[in-house]
Structures are given as C-alpha cells and as structure tokens.
Ligand binder design. Structure first.
Ligand SMILES: CC(C)(COP(=O)(O)OP(=O)(O)OC[C@H]1O[C@@H](n2cnc3c(N)ncnc32)[C@H](O)[C@@H]1OP(=O)(O)O)[C@@H](O)C(=O)NCCC(=O)NCCS
Length: 191
C-alpha cells in the first residue's frame, strides 16, 4: 500500500464529506491546534501530552509510516480527527498494530469514529497486521462502545494500570480485533 498516494473521501451521517489521508510534515501547526482544542477533562486521560508543541513537532519531523501511520480526517481544511496505527517491525509483537483515535468534540456522534475504525481495519489488513489492539480508560464508555461496534472484543481489563494527569490510578480496557489469520494470504476478510 503506497501511503503517499492514499486518500479516501467518506460521508458523515449528516451528509458532510470528509477526507481521510495520512499526516504529512506540513500538518504540524494544524495538528497542534487540533490537540490544543481538547478540553482539560479529556486531556487527563490521554497517553501523551499531545498539547505539547515540542511533541507534535517531533512527530511531524520524524514521520515514518512503517512505525506510526497517522491518518487525519480533514473537513474544509481543518483536522477533525486523528487516528494512528503503531507497529513494531520485529520481536514478538511484529504482527500487532496498536490503534489510537481522537475525534474533535464538535464532530462526534455523526459516525466519524465508526468510519475511521473501519478504515483502520482495512489498512491493517493491507499491511498484513494480524491483530489490532486499543487501550481505553475503563470509564470511557463511548470509546468501548465505538470499538465494540467495529468488532473489537474486550481482551482484558487491567486495574489501576495507568495514571491520569492528576496522578490518580485508572483501569485500562484492552480491546482487540482479529484482522487476518497468521500465514493466510488468501483469507477474504469481511469488513
Ligand atoms: C470514542 C470516539 C472516537 C467515538 O467517535 P465518534 O465519531 O463520536 O463515534 P461515532 O459517531 O462513529 O459512534 C460510533 C459508536 O460509538 C458509540 N458512542 C459514541 N459516542 C457515545 C457516547 N457518548 N456514549 C455511548 N456510546 C457512544 C455508539 O455505540 C456509536 O454507535 P451508534 O451511533 O450506532 O450508536 C470519540 O468519542 C473520541 O474521540 N473520544 C475521545 C478519545 C477516545 O476516547 N479515543 C479512544 C481511545 S484511543
């Protein structure tokens, strides 16, 4: 799959058209603005300090789709969602992809999360990833529901696994989706 050529137009439930495409270095400032708009109560539960300009600069500078593939949803020039698939290319996790997804608050509940999770599944299949994994703070029902609807199952709940920004322990729900059986190039997956 050539990600320099990849882009896809999708339609939200309200009819709005959105472009899905990989992040490029020039997206740096817009991505920073996108993360800056995340409300405090949600930032608390994110893995990285995405509101750090330095971190976003680092991501833009070190883009390597083989390690981290960031897919942006863009509407009228604005980034309205960001999803990533992370991979390790060697070792015992080489066949896994770890997913992250954030939809801008103003564009939730119109099917964008659904479309992006579905597209991540398709991309993972093309990349020969066998399983996708997502780690979700236990109290995030919206995310657990959104991933369940796309065929992710609850593989584990790890109590007190992470700390929020106020250093309070938070349970993590690990959800997985089987994308492709091992060593079966002929497998016809029904998305
Ligand atoms: C989770 C998230 C990605 C969902 O995105 P979205 O675009 O609003 O999702 P959709 O509109 O496609 O909804 C998909 C399903 O999610 C579930 N869902 C969405 N919002 C929900 C809510 N507030 N409460 C309960 N379920 C919800 C529903 O099952 C919904 O399906 P339905 O519309 O058929 O009922 C979005 O809320 C988000 O970005 N949250 C913050 C970041 C995050 O939690 N990321 C996931 C972990 S990496």
């Amino acid at each position: 799959m050539d990600f320099n050529m990849y882009q896809k137009e999708v339609q939200l439930k309200d009819g709005a058209k959105v472009l899905l495409r990989p992040m490029v270095a020039e997206d740096q400032d817009d991505l920073y603005e996108f993360f800056k708009a995340i409300p405090r109560e949600e930032v608390r539960y994110l893995r990285d300090d995405v509101q750090s300009r330095l971190l976003v600069e680092k991501w833009a500078k070190n883009l390597d789709y083989n390690k981290t593939l960031p897919i942006l949803a863009v509407k009228d020039g604005d980034i309205i969602a960001d999803a990533t698939i992370n991979r390790r290319r060697s070792g015992w996790k080489w066949h896994l992809g770890t997913v992250r997804l954030f939809v801008h608050k103003d564009y939730r509940n119109v099917g964008l999360g659904h479309l992006m999770i579905e597209e991540l599944g398709r991309i993972a299949y093309e990349l020969k990833i066998e399983k996708l994994i997502v780690e979700i703070p236990g109290l995030n029902t919206a995310a657990v529901n959104a991933f369940s609807k796309e065929g992710f199952y609850r593989a584990a709940v790890i109590p007190n696994m992470v700390k929020d920004r106020e250093n309070r322990p938070v349970d993590v729900v690990v959800m997985m989706k089987d994308i492709k059986p091992a060593h079966d190039d002929e497998y016809d997956y029904d998305f």
